[in-house]
Design a protein around this ligand. Structure first.
Ligand code: BEZ
Length: 252
């Protein structure tokens, strides 16, 4: 990746991305946070799920590399910190690490998994959901086509790493974890607004490859290309989300 133009505005995110946290609530149930546990929420964003973990009585630290999102999380009264999972140096201090819809923005994931392993106490658990192999494939390919049509190599601007279940399980084992569960789930997902809003919120790295004056054109091109397959008869945009969910444990 040569460009990282993705920025997060809490207002835009809440308008077009709040569903990400809502759909992540079952992952908090798998985490099953307990009162008094010390838990790290990796890629906490504006802290909607961090707040739910804290409501269980856990002591939660949210980590995110977006200052704007961390500021939003702090305004909820959370202990949120600006930081990078690739660089974090926590050691043997968390009962659990949690992450929803964030790990696919991080690369190399092998290093993130090693850092999470180091951060956990022996016996600690790592529960996460992220985009998995095939996630938003049609949106991604339409963005690839738009960049290639303008003479650009889209791979250089693609910020997402999507693992399959067996490669994720192997990578987690190599980092030292025992895998309790690790599976892919196809989850067609209704977008809260139109595809243009989604692209404006999440496709900043691809848009950043192009001068601003082409952004509207690309959004229209991608939207037109996907309307026949993604815009359903009830006038809703349904995106081809695939989730990878796992629960792994650091051995005692
Ligand atoms: C996801 O949660 O899978 C996702 C969200 C935004 C952009 C790409 C993927």
């Amino acid at each position: 990746m040569i460009n990282a133009q993705q920025t997060w505005s809490p207002e835009t995110y809440l308008r077009h991305g709040a569903f990400v946290s809502l759909l992540g609530e079952p992952v908090v149930q798998v985490l099953a946070p307990q009162a008094g546990e010390r838990i790290l929420d990796l890629g906490c964003g504006e802290g909607i799920l961090t707040e739910k973990i804290a409501a269980a009585g856990a002591e939660v630290i949210g980590l995110d590399n977006s200052e704007a999102q961390v500021e939003g999380a702090r305004q909820r009264g959370l202990d949120a910190r600006v930081g990078d999972a690739l660089e974090m140096t926590f050691e043997n201090e968390f009962d659990a690490v949690f992450s929803n819809a964030a790990l696919h923005w991080m690369s190399p994931l092998s290093r993130v998994f090693e850092n999470v392993h180091r951060a956990l106490k022996p016996g600690g658990r790592f529960v996460a959901e992220m985009g998995g192999a095939g996630n938003i494939h049609s949106i991604r390919m339409a963005l690839y086509n738009a960049l290639m049509a303008r003479g650009l190599d889209p791979v250089l601007y693609d910020p997402w790493s999507y693992l399959g279940d067996s490669s994720a399980a192997k990578m987690l084992e190599r980092a030292g974890f025992e895998v309790r569960s690790c599976s892919l789930l196809h989850r067609p997902t209704e977008l809260p607004g139109d595809l243009g809003g989604w692209l404006e919120t999440f496709a900043g790295s691809f848009m950043g490859a192009l001068p601003q004056k082409f952004h509207r054109q690309v959004i229209e091109e991608v939207t037109d290309a996907l309307r026949p397959t993604m815009f359903d008869p009830h006038n809703k945009w349904i995106a081809d989300y695939v989730r990878l969910r796992f629960k792994v444990v650091k051995p005692e």
